[in-house]
Design a protein. Structure first.
Lengths: 146, 773, 158
């Protein structure tokens, strides 16, 4: 798509898309939203760049270059949230702070391990979706070449 | 500082560290591998002097599985073997592997894979020997088998490597399933997976007998004992460092390790010990005889390994302090000696290009250091005085002497054969006439062998430290406090007499070898024709033929596969519908006006579904599929499920994009793919379509009946949803669904993200970045 | 209400099954996606209560839509996304290797491949000890850089 208007829009919309994704991630625990949705929205922002600017330009973005590492990091964060309690002698996936204990706040966001788990899911999903599209974009380009 | 934990983590993390560094920068692979192995070895040494505390954490309390690790005597012995010989092998491999890859015309980057798998094996072995929970033992057991599969098949472009790897995996893997069954039986009978508890509470009965026999079979298969020994000579297709490590000192040692761990339970039944005795003797003799005539260097050593582990199993079978301590000491001596000999074979092959004894000779002039080192190792295995191995035979003879004349004769014969084939090995390489020329080899190919040979010599002169390790291990196996002090007795004892007799007969055999060579070989041919390997091949071949026949009769392509699954499912559903009690089902509820948007969107979804099925071309189908997805997300939103609606919209967008991106690849003529194959006439096409619609209609109506029947039933009174809704504020949350996903049912979400991760790996395999085909 | 929903589920399932029976691989994948949609709808409407969204603050006494079912469907949608993406990349691979997405073509190809393999490899298994002697006699010596036991084996042991 070589329309200059869509290019402008795509360039401008990348960061707001990520902001919305973060917002959904943060409010997910107390309102509707989910780590998974946030990850997909963030990935869709990047995919929009692919569609408007083409593979060569889009693959230079940081998240695309580090897509695999981001997804592995996300998986590690999520799994460690589950398994670190085991190392401390408690059943798997025990969350801190427990019921009844106060949690540290940043504004109205409570920092709890489920939130950390959601962050892990977010990173994983974002990395995976961007990775899949990057692979498909390169494959499409290869097929198109004579 | 928890020494046990340090050892465990050092061993387990060696592989990922090396893999990570190696993929980032290949020149770092070898140093990182050596350093991580050295750290693991030091940790093992530390535990030998000051054993760390027990690690015991619950991780699945409902099933009784715990993370239970202990660095007891047996664990320390085997961990020292695994990490120490591992260190020697890794140093050797750092010199050997580049040459090997160069010969096989493979890229340098394969080094990382090799070291990663060797270290994975080391970690698995260390975890195995420290584990006290039966399920943990099984996990690490299979992990060693998997690492071994990849290592044997490392030269995957060669057919014999692939076949041998498969054979080893099948033999050790199927017996491992037997181990699992045995472990489950023990848990069912005695209520625990923890080995210390079982040792305290086990009372021998029918079930425990079967369980222990299965476990012993797994152990014997792993240690390549008769009749499950045939995979080991085949496994010599692996690169030499692998043979030196896995198939002489570590993986086959795992089988004997298991016998040692379970020994307190095995001694409760005398017939089990007798069984071990029989298998051990059979392996000693079979391995010994077959090693006498092998020409290929590694094959000779492989059969020797079978025989030597036969020694150890026999000593376990003979029992008593002499037997058990002797077995433990023999493990150390054999590990040090055999790995050195394998590495020697590798170095000689590198230097001369030859793999057979008949093709080399007189190398002691050109490679004197190697000759001395391997002479020391061979002498140790042959139980010559002043080497460590002398004591292993001394205790062997002592244990045999307690069991009568026949046992004594067998043990002397076995020792004599050992002497003979080892003499053949050493003389064939380093003595005799000069054949072929010699290339210089890097020192890393000789250094480790010298170190191992020196250890064999030191152990012969001052056996105390090695004896201490063996003593601690033996005490665990015997569950007693007996002591073990090997020493030279310069007097006429039975053991010394037997040792002299063995060496004498061995020398005689060696010098007269031309006389008996051919007749022994004939006996071997007979054994090969009718031996267990034949049975294995026949078994695998027949299974494969059976599978092929079923495949070509019943299931030719994807559609018949689908039909094979769906048709019986449909039949079963029909039967269920006919024969179940259908009162209270199939009610038509009232429709309120509020539900009208909901019904509209469901209608849209259904029509879009039909729109996806009917047209011929792909783009219409993709568009209609997206329509179905979006309509359903509106349905979800109307059903008051905002999270689900959001996710459904996003997933539909992604899948739509994926599908369109892929469809864009296809050229025009593939898009309008016909329903009918090109060589069938048009009427057959219509018939096919009718048939498909009829089948689809049957499927759809079955789905309709099932869902109507289920949805009409009244809701149960108690349900967990009220609890979840109530508990959500306590979980510091506000949205019940998110709290369920992240907290109450977090394990399900973990499974979900694992699926996504695996799917990503699969997609990355299918759509590769660089190579097109 | 249940009747209407069941009709929708049945129609989606029927459309999906029809597509599953097609020759074209892409249609088969579309069929799996449709059946997945149908099942997700089924799980969703089998919730035990219908009311307002299950998000705090809640009015006490008001009924709340079943959150358990919603969580299950969410997980199911995500997993089906992973599977569908995998299937699409599988079709890509098949297309790139065979330049066809027709199932009949693919099974013909596979059949011909099997016949070709069976024609090449003889059925007699070789045995190690005999093999050693043969190799020692044939080659006589050490220049053999290839593996020490290349044998003719039935493809069954692969």
């Amino acid at each position: 798509m070589n329309n200059s208007m869509s290019r402008q829009a795509a360039r401008l919309l990348l960061l707001p898309t990520w902001m919305i994704a973060f917002a959904i991630l943060i409010k997910g625990y107390s309102d509707s939203g989910d780590g998974f949705s946030a990850g997909v929205i963030a990935a869709l922002g990047v995919i929009m760049q692919y569609i408007t600017f083409g593979t060569e330009t889009a693959e230079k973005l940081r998240p695309v270059r580090y897509a695999r590492q981001i997804s592995m990091a996300g998986l590690l964060v999520a799994l460690s949230t589950a398994f670190i309690p085991v190392l401390r002698g408690q059943p798997i996936m025990t969350h801190y702070p427990g019921p009844g204990n106060a949690a540290t706040h940043i504004g109205s966001l409570e920092l709890t391990t489920p939130f950390l788990f959601d962050v892990g899911v977010f990173l994983l999903v974002m990395g995976v979706c961007i990775g899949i599209f990057d692979l498909l974009a390169h494959a499409t380009r290869r097929e198109r070449r004579p | 500082m928890n020494a046990t934990l340090v050892l465990l983590l050092a061993a387990l993390f060696a592989a990922p560290f090396t893999a990570a560094f190696g993929t980032a920068r290949p020149s770092l692979t070898r140093p990182v591998a050596i350093v991580t192995t050295a750290i693991a070895f030091l940790a093992a040494l530390y535990n030998a002097f000051r054993p760390g505390p027990v690690i015991d954490k619950e991780w699945a309390p409902a099933w009784g599985m715990r993370l239970h690790f202990e660095a007891d005597g047996i664990a320390v012995l085997f961990a020292l073997l695994a990490t120490g010989i591992g260190l020697a092998v890794v140093i050797y491999a750092s010199g050997y592997l580049p040459l090997h890859l160069h010969h096989e015309h493979r890229p340098e980057a394969d080094q990382t894979r090799f070291f990663a798998f060797i270290l994975l094996f080391m970690g698995a072995m260390t975890g195995l020997v420290m584990a006290q929970d039966l399920m943990l033992i099984f996990l690490f057991w299979d992990l060693t088998a998997i690492a071994s599969y990849y290592l044997i098949g490392f030269d995957s472009q060669r057919r014999d490597a692939r076949v041998s790897a498969f054979m080893a995996l099948i033999v050790t893997g199927i017996s491992a399933v037997g181990f699992l069954i045995g472990a489950l039986m023990l848990d069912a009978e005695f209520g625990s997976f923890q080995l210390p508890t079982l040792i305290d509470t086990l009372v021998p009965n029918y079930e425990s007998d079967i369980a222990l026999v299965l476990i012993l079979i797994a152990a014997l298969a792993k240690s390549a004992q008769v009749p499950l020994h045939f995979w080991l000579p085949r496994a010599m297709a692996a690169p030499t460092p692998v043979s030196a490590y896995l198939h002489s000192a570590a993986m086959v040692a795992a089988g004997v390790f298991l016998i040692g761990r379970f020994y307190p339970l095995v001694t409760l039944r005398q017939w089990m010990l007798d069984g071990l005795l029989v298998v051990g003797i059979a392996s000693m003799l079979t391995g010994g005889v077959l090693a006498l005539t092998r020409d290929n260097m590694k094959q000779l050593l492989a059969y020797s390994t079978i025989a030597q582990y036969g020694y150890i199993v026999t000593m376990f079978g003979l029992g008593g302090t002499a037997g058990v301590f002797g077995a433990m000491f023999a493990l150390i001596a054999h590990g040090l000696g055999k790995s050195a000999l394998f590495l020697t074979a590798g170095t000689v092959t590198e230097a001369t290009g030859a793999r057979e004894l008949s093709a080399v000779g007189d190398l002691w002039r050109k490679m004197p250091l190697l000759a001395v080192a391997s002479a020391l190792s061979a002498a140790s295995l042959a139980a010559i005085p002043l080497t460590m191995g002398f004591f292993k035979d001394e205790y062997f003879f002592e244990a045999a002497a307690h069991h009568g004349r026949a046992m004594q004769i067998i043990s002397v014969a076995a020792a004599a054969m050992t002497f003979c084939y080892l003499a053949r090995f050493w003389w064939g390489i380093f003595g005799g006439p000069n054949i072929g020329d010699v290339k210089p080899v890097p020192f890393t190919l000789v250094g480790p062998i010298v170190a191992l040979g020196a250890l064999s010599l030191i152990g012969g002169i001052w056996p105390a430290p090695f004896a201490k390790v063996a003593e601690k291990a033996g005490q665990v196996a015997l569950q007693s406090d007996d002591s073990f002090h090997p020493a030279y007795h310069i007097e006429w004892t039975t053991e010394n007499g037997m040792a002299i007799a063995a060496i004498g007969i061995g020398l005689a055999l060696f010098f007269t070898r031309r006389v008996w060579f051919d007749s022994v070989e004939l006996a071997e041919v007979f054994g090969a024709r009718f031996g267990p390997e034949r049975a294995y091949r026949a078994g695998v071949l027949n299974l494969n033929n059976l599978s092929d026949r079923i495949h070509w009769i019943e299931v030719r392509d994807l559609r018949s596969r689908v039909a094979t699954v769906l048709a019986p499912a449909a039949l079963m559903i029909v039967f269920t519908l006919i024969f179940t009690n259908a009162d209270n089902s199939f009610r038509i509820g009232r429709i309120q006006w509020d539900d009208f948007p909901l019904i509209m969107m469901m209608a849209v979804a259904a029509i879009a579904g039909l729109a996806a099925a009917i047209p011929r071309d792909h783009f219409s189908m993709a568009l209609a599929l997206s329509g179905v997805g979006y309509a359903l997300s509106v349905v979800f939103a109307l059903l008051r499920a905002p999270d689900v609606a959001l996710v459904a919209v996003l997933v539909e967008t992604l899948l739509g994009l994926l599908l369109f991106a892929f469809l864009g690849l296809l050229p025009r003529n593939v898009e309008h793919a016909d329903v009918v194959p090109s060589d069938e006439p048009q009427e057959a096409g219509h018939r096919h379509r009718m048939r498909d619609w009829v089948l689809a209609a049957i499927g759809g109506s079955l789905a309709f009946l099932v869902s109507w029947g289920v949805l009409s039933r009244p809701a149960p009174i108690d349900s967990i949803l009220e609890d979840y809704v109530e508990l959500t504020p306590d979980a510091h949350g506000g949205a019940v669904v998110t709290v369920i996903l992240a907290d109450f049912r977090g394990l399900d979400t973990m499974g979900e993200i694992t699926v996504i991760g695996i799917a990503f790996l699969g997609i990355a395999t299918f759509i590769r970045r660089r190579r097109a085909r | 209400m249940t009747l209407v929903v069941s009709i929708a589920i049945g129609v989606l399932f029927a459309a999906g099954s029809y597509l599953l029976l097609q020759h074209d691989f892409i249609k088969v994948v579309g069929g799996t996606m449709l059946i997945t949609h149908s099942v997700n709808l089924f799980i969703m409407v089998s919730g035990l209560s219908r009311g307002t969204e299950p998000i705090y603050p809640l009015v006490p006494g008001e009924e709340v839509s079943d959150p358990v079912v919603q969580a299950m469907v969410l997980t199911a949608i995500v997993i089906s996304f992973g599977v569908s993406a995998l299937l699409i990349s599988l079709i890509y691979r098949v297309y790139v290797s065979h330049r066809s997405v027709d199932i009949e073509h693919l099974s013909d190809f596979e059949e011909r491949l099997v016949q070709l393999e069976e024609a090449q490899v003889p059925a007699e298994p070789g045995i190690g000890v005999l093999q050693d002697r043969e190799i020692a006699e044939e080659n006589g010596n050490s220049a053999q850089q290839a593996a020490g036991s290349t044998q003719t084996e039935p493809r069954g042991t692969e």
